[in-house]
Design a protein around this ligand. Structure first.
Ligand code: HEM
Length: 139
Protein backbone atom coordinates (compact mmCIF):
# COMPACT_ATOMS: atom_id res chain seq x y z
CA UNK A 1 0.00 0.00 0.00
CA UNK A 2 2.90 2.36 0.82
CA UNK A 3 4.53 1.57 -2.53
CA UNK A 4 1.26 2.05 -4.45
CA UNK A 5 0.61 5.38 -2.71
CA UNK A 6 4.19 6.58 -3.37
CA UNK A 7 3.81 5.69 -7.05
CA UNK A 8 0.51 7.60 -7.11
CA UNK A 9 1.58 10.81 -5.40
CA UNK A 10 5.17 10.89 -6.69
CA UNK A 11 4.74 9.06 -10.01
CA UNK A 12 8.34 8.42 -11.18
CA UNK A 13 7.52 8.64 -14.91
CA UNK A 14 4.93 11.41 -14.96
CA UNK A 15 4.17 11.40 -18.70
CA UNK A 16 3.33 8.56 -21.07
CA UNK A 17 3.55 9.75 -24.71
CA UNK A 18 1.76 8.22 -27.68
CA UNK A 19 1.78 9.16 -31.38
CA UNK A 20 -1.40 8.94 -33.49
CA UNK A 21 -0.52 6.54 -36.34
CA UNK A 22 -3.72 7.57 -38.20
CA UNK A 23 -6.37 10.28 -37.98
CA UNK A 24 -8.58 9.44 -35.03
CA UNK A 25 -11.14 10.80 -32.62
CA UNK A 26 -10.42 10.72 -28.91
CA UNK A 27 -13.14 11.68 -26.44
CA UNK A 28 -14.87 13.76 -29.13
CA UNK A 29 -11.63 15.49 -30.16
CA UNK A 30 -10.10 15.03 -33.62
CA UNK A 31 -6.45 13.92 -33.41
CA UNK A 32 -4.64 14.08 -36.80
CA UNK A 33 -2.07 11.46 -37.78
CA UNK A 34 1.41 12.24 -36.43
CA UNK A 35 0.24 14.26 -33.43
CA UNK A 36 1.79 13.39 -30.07
CA UNK A 37 -0.63 12.82 -27.23
CA UNK A 38 0.79 13.02 -23.73
CA UNK A 39 -1.02 11.09 -21.02
CA UNK A 40 -0.32 13.08 -17.87
CA UNK A 41 -0.14 10.41 -15.18
CA UNK A 42 0.35 13.02 -12.45
CA UNK A 43 -2.94 14.66 -13.44
CA UNK A 44 -4.77 11.32 -13.45
CA UNK A 45 -3.22 10.35 -10.13
CA UNK A 46 -4.26 13.61 -8.47
CA UNK A 47 -7.76 14.06 -9.84
CA UNK A 48 -10.19 14.46 -6.92
CA UNK A 49 -13.02 13.11 -9.14
CA UNK A 50 -11.22 9.75 -9.18
CA UNK A 51 -9.55 9.74 -5.77
CA UNK A 52 -11.77 11.84 -3.52
CA UNK A 53 -11.19 15.16 -1.76
CA UNK A 54 -8.06 14.10 0.18
CA UNK A 55 -6.15 13.46 -3.06
CA UNK A 56 -3.09 15.49 -1.94
CA UNK A 57 -2.68 13.50 1.27
CA UNK A 58 -0.18 10.63 1.47
CA UNK A 59 -2.57 7.91 2.61
CA UNK A 60 -1.48 4.31 1.88
CA UNK A 61 -4.72 3.07 3.49
CA UNK A 62 -6.65 4.24 0.44
CA UNK A 63 -5.33 1.05 -1.24
CA UNK A 64 -6.61 -1.27 1.52
CA UNK A 65 -9.24 -2.63 -0.91
CA UNK A 66 -6.88 -2.68 -3.88
CA UNK A 67 -6.59 -0.26 -6.78
CA UNK A 68 -10.27 -0.50 -7.73
CA UNK A 69 -11.20 0.38 -4.13
CA UNK A 70 -8.92 3.43 -4.18
CA UNK A 71 -9.68 4.88 -7.61
CA UNK A 72 -13.12 5.38 -9.16
CA UNK A 73 -11.85 5.23 -12.75
CA UNK A 74 -10.52 1.90 -14.13
CA UNK A 75 -7.73 3.76 -15.98
CA UNK A 76 -7.12 6.35 -13.27
CA UNK A 77 -4.03 4.61 -11.88
CA UNK A 78 -1.24 3.67 -14.25
CA UNK A 79 2.23 4.34 -12.78
CA UNK A 80 3.62 1.71 -15.16
CA UNK A 81 1.82 3.00 -18.26
CA UNK A 82 -0.87 1.30 -20.26
CA UNK A 83 -1.48 -0.98 -23.24
CA UNK A 84 1.02 -2.99 -25.30
CA UNK A 85 3.98 -0.83 -24.19
CA UNK A 86 3.25 -1.02 -20.48
CA UNK A 87 6.39 -1.30 -18.30
CA UNK A 88 8.12 -4.63 -18.81
CA UNK A 89 9.81 -4.39 -15.42
CA UNK A 90 6.78 -3.58 -13.26
CA UNK A 91 6.63 -6.86 -11.33
CA UNK A 92 10.38 -6.86 -10.91
CA UNK A 93 10.26 -3.22 -9.73
CA UNK A 94 7.56 -3.94 -7.11
CA UNK A 95 9.43 -7.02 -5.83
CA UNK A 96 12.68 -5.01 -5.70
CA UNK A 97 11.01 -2.17 -3.78
CA UNK A 98 9.46 -4.58 -1.25
CA UNK A 99 12.83 -6.25 -0.60
CA UNK A 100 14.68 -2.92 -0.39
CA UNK A 101 12.14 -1.36 1.98
CA UNK A 102 12.17 -4.47 4.20
CA UNK A 103 15.99 -4.43 4.45
CA UNK A 104 16.16 -0.68 5.08
CA UNK A 105 13.32 -0.48 7.62
CA UNK A 106 14.50 -3.49 9.61
CA UNK A 107 18.01 -2.04 9.95
CA UNK A 108 17.56 1.74 10.14
CA UNK A 109 15.26 4.44 11.49
CA UNK A 110 14.73 7.48 9.26
CA UNK A 111 13.70 10.99 10.31
CA UNK A 112 13.57 14.15 8.25
CA UNK A 113 16.34 16.68 8.71
CA UNK A 114 15.23 20.30 9.31
CA UNK A 115 17.07 21.02 6.03
CA UNK A 116 14.52 18.97 4.08
CA UNK A 117 12.33 21.01 1.75
CA UNK A 118 9.40 19.18 0.22
CA UNK A 119 9.46 20.13 -3.45
CA UNK A 120 8.88 17.30 -5.93
CA UNK A 121 9.46 18.56 -9.47
CA UNK A 122 8.48 17.01 -12.77
CA UNK A 123 11.11 16.71 -15.48
CA UNK A 124 11.67 13.51 -17.43
CA UNK A 125 11.29 11.84 -14.05
CA UNK A 126 9.78 13.14 -10.81
CA UNK A 127 12.64 14.37 -8.64
CA UNK A 128 13.11 16.03 -5.24
CA UNK A 129 14.20 19.57 -6.21
CA UNK A 130 16.44 20.06 -3.14
CA UNK A 131 17.39 16.43 -2.55
CA UNK A 132 16.25 14.33 0.39
CA UNK A 133 17.95 15.31 3.65
CA UNK A 134 17.46 12.57 6.23
CA UNK A 135 18.85 11.46 9.56
CA UNK A 136 19.57 7.75 9.42
CA UNK A 137 20.08 5.77 12.64
CA UNK A 138 21.16 2.11 12.80
CA UNK A 139 18.87 -0.04 14.96
C1 HEM B 1 9.11 2.00 -9.97
C2 HEM B 1 9.79 1.62 -11.06
C3 HEM B 1 9.30 1.81 -12.47
C4 HEM B 1 8.33 2.63 -12.97
C5 HEM B 1 7.42 3.61 -12.20
C6 HEM B 1 8.29 2.42 -14.41
C7 HEM B 1 7.42 3.07 -15.27
C8 HEM B 1 7.38 2.89 -16.64
C9 HEM B 1 6.51 3.59 -17.55
C10 HEM B 1 5.49 4.67 -17.14
C11 HEM B 1 6.76 3.13 -18.80
C12 HEM B 1 6.06 3.57 -20.09
C13 HEM B 1 4.88 2.64 -20.33
C14 HEM B 1 3.97 3.06 -21.45
O1 HEM B 1 4.43 3.72 -22.40
O2 HEM B 1 2.76 2.71 -21.41
C15 HEM B 1 7.79 2.11 -18.69
C16 HEM B 1 8.30 1.40 -19.74
C17 HEM B 1 9.27 0.44 -19.64
N1 HEM B 1 9.87 0.01 -18.48
FE1 HEM B 1 9.50 0.68 -16.63
N2 HEM B 1 9.22 1.47 -14.73
C18 HEM B 1 9.86 1.06 -13.59
C19 HEM B 1 10.85 0.11 -13.49
C20 HEM B 1 11.33 -0.64 -14.53
C21 HEM B 1 12.32 -1.70 -14.41
C22 HEM B 1 12.97 -2.12 -13.09
C23 HEM B 1 12.53 -2.18 -15.67
C24 HEM B 1 13.47 -3.29 -16.13
C25 HEM B 1 14.01 -4.16 -15.32
C26 HEM B 1 11.68 -1.45 -16.58
C27 HEM B 1 11.60 -1.67 -17.93
C28 HEM B 1 10.78 -0.98 -18.82
C29 HEM B 1 10.77 -1.19 -20.25
C30 HEM B 1 11.65 -2.16 -21.03
C31 HEM B 1 9.81 -0.30 -20.77
C32 HEM B 1 9.44 -0.11 -22.26
C33 HEM B 1 8.29 -1.03 -22.62
C34 HEM B 1 7.85 -0.85 -24.06
O3 HEM B 1 8.00 0.25 -24.63
O4 HEM B 1 7.32 -1.83 -24.65
N3 HEM B 1 10.97 -0.53 -15.85
N4 HEM B 1 8.16 1.98 -17.36
Amino acid sequence: MVIYESLRLYTPGPIVPREAVKDLELGGMKVPKGVNVWIMLVTLHQDPNFWGPNVDKFNPERFSNGISGACKHPQGYMPFGVGPHTCLGQHFAIAELKILLTILLSNFRFTLSPKYRHSPIMSLLTEPEYGVHLFVRKI
